[in-house]
Design a protein around this ligand. Sequence first.
Ligand SMILES: [Zn+2]
Length: 179
Amino acid sequence: MTQFLEMQYLINRFLLSDANDQWVWSLQGGGVGNRLPTRTNLATKGIDIPSTICPLCNDGSETVIHVFGECASVKKIWDLIERWLNLKLPALRFPTDLMEWVENLALSVPKKEMVGAIIYVAWWAIWKLRNDTVFLKRRMKDALLFDEVTYFTFLWYSSRKSKCKANRIEWLKNPLLFM
Ligand SMILES: [Zn+2]
């Protein structure tokens, strides 16, 4: 439940802001990108850690772009999200690139907000998977990541909209149809 509230906080923070320039700026200025305690970021700050290798795939340095874009363990989630939304995501998936891409999509504002929220939830799910792996030594199946994204975004959307037009099955087809 705490994790759900945490996620809700993250996406509400995104959706409630109408100052688009500000959230783009905050990502570039040390937000999602540089504040995350990835192993590489910790090592750069002089913290003595045993390894900078990604704990999810054990293949590559754990940088932000690796964790959220390049890591073989999480690539699948982006493929599934592309198919789910019927949108082609950019090849480079650094947080700032993705948010710029969302901003420039030829979609209505509510649809863009939903795409942005889905990306935020994907980041949250990936980072939670990473933390569970590192700290709890418990590894959820990678395939369940996408289920988490669809589940939590549906829960969030249906709790915000009193007249939610979608049920869970319809939501799984394409959430943008309900915006
Ligand atoms: Zn990795």
